[in-house]
Design a binder for this molecule. Structure first.
Ligand SMILES: Nc1ncnc2c1ncn2[C@@H]1O[C@H](COP(=O)(O)OP(=O)(O)OP(=O)(O)O)[C@@H](O)[C@H]1O
Ligand SMILES: [Mg+2]
Length: 354
């Protein structure tokens, strides 16, 4: 970009010098004409008239020259830009402007055209994302809604015994919870993307916070008969407690969800100088490298049959939070062996100054 700017200021300089030379040329010609006429006549009014005519001719010549220059250098690209921006404003984001100069030899108009092209590309990308997003949300809502409709119809049968009724209403509650979770996650992600959620950094004991999060999953871990090992260093950090909660909740719930009964989950928290490394490892179903490359995308689920609960938004949220906090996230996984998610929080360790 710097290179491009330097080029456009060179063009400004050339324009300025040309204008200066033109004015100097007119004045020089006027002086020469004056001398030429003075040598031939002493009639002052004739001299004045001739000089006036000479100035008018020169001015007309310069105006014509400037008109041609403007036509080629200003009006033509301006018209091109205007037509393109009108098309973009009407919603045709496939519009692109053809830049005649080579990259590096751009003038101001080329720079504007380049920016208009970039804007159109971004708008086109956003349009695709928006359409994908709408179709994903509709798809995710459709399934639980169908369940709600079916079971609500079944519940209308007055001959049902109380046990069956109870089971049906449990299914109804689970399906409506899926929709609520989906909407909560969409709103959270939207707020994070629009930077509406304040980072609100505070000094807090990460060991304690992480332990409290793990405790919340105790019942599900017990129900699935999972072995849980926690190895936590004692660390106090300066970061966003609430945002990090989103990370722990999603990583731990994924580890539980994707690990079959009787499996093992290891969670570790290690201090590494001023950084902190958290690992959540499981002996679950694991994933292929193709799946691993896509898991941070919105609505992506490795199991397209949707047999496991969720909407594929958890890791998109995790990634967004880690990006906001300037950390790193990595995953190592092997099919049917398990997965390990590693989070690195940089420069967060808080040490009380004595
Ligand atoms: N621990 C894990 N083991 C195996 N696969 C995993 C693990 N964690 C995530 N994945 C894969 O990554 C996908 C995306 O995960 P993500 O947390 O974004 O969505 P989800 O858990 O399916 O749904 P949600 O988080 O919205 O409830 C999962 O569907 C799964 O295929
Ligand atoms: Mg998840």
């Amino acid at each position: 970009m710097k290179n491009k700017k330097a080029n456009s200021s060179t063009i400004n300089l050339i324009g300025g010098i040309s204008f200066f030379i033109l004015i100097a040329f007119i004045m020089q010609m006027a002086i020469l004409c004056y001398d030429y006429i003075r040598e031939r006549t002493q009639n002052l009014s004739l001299i004045a008239i001739l000089i006036l005519i000479e100035i008018i001719i020169l001015a007309a010549f310069c105006t014509f020259f400037d008109w041609i220059r403007r036509k080629i250098m200003v009006d033509k690209p301006t018209k091109k830009i205007l037509q393109a921006t009108e098309k973009i404003a009407e919603g045709d984001f496939s519009t692109r402007l053809e830049i005649t100069h080579e990259y590096g030899k751009y003038n101001q108009y080329d720079l504007i055209m380049d920016n208009v092209n970039k804007m159109a590309i971004e708008l086109q990308k956003n349009e695709v994302l928006k359409t994908d997003f709408i179709s994903n949300v509709s798809h995710e809502i459709k399934t639980p809604l169908a369940v709600i409709q079916n079971y609500a119809t079944l519940l209308q049968d007055e001959t049902l015994d109380s046990e069956t009724r109870k089971n049906y209403s449990k299914t109804l509650i689970a399906a409506s919870k899926r929709i609520t979770d989906l909407i909560t996650n969409i709103l959270k992600l939207n707020k994070l993307e629009n930077q509406e959620i304040q980072e609100k950094h505070e000094v807090f004991n990460l060991t304690e916070a992480l332990s409290n999060n793990v405790v919340e999953f105790e019942t599900i871990i017990e129900n699935k008969n999972l072995e849980l090992n926690c190895d936590f260093d004692e660390v106090t950090i300066f970061s966003s407690k609430s945002l990090l909660e989103i990370v722990w909740n999603n990583l731990i719930s994924n580890a539980i969800k994707f690990t079959p009964n009787g499996g093992k989950i290891d969670i570790s928290l290690k201090r590494k100088d001023k950084n902190v490394e958290i690992k959540v490892a499981d002996t679950g179903c694991g994933m292929t490298s193709e799946t691993g490359a896509k898991i941070f995308e919105k609505f992506y689920q490795g199991d397209t049959s949707h047999s496991t609960q969720g909407n594929g938004l958890g890791l998109a949220l995790v990634k967004k939070v880690i990006d906001i906090l300037g950390g790193e996230i990595a995953v190592q996984s092997e099919i049917n062996k398990g997965s390990t998610f590693t989070i690195l929080l940089k420069n967060v360790v808080y040490e009380r100054k004595i």
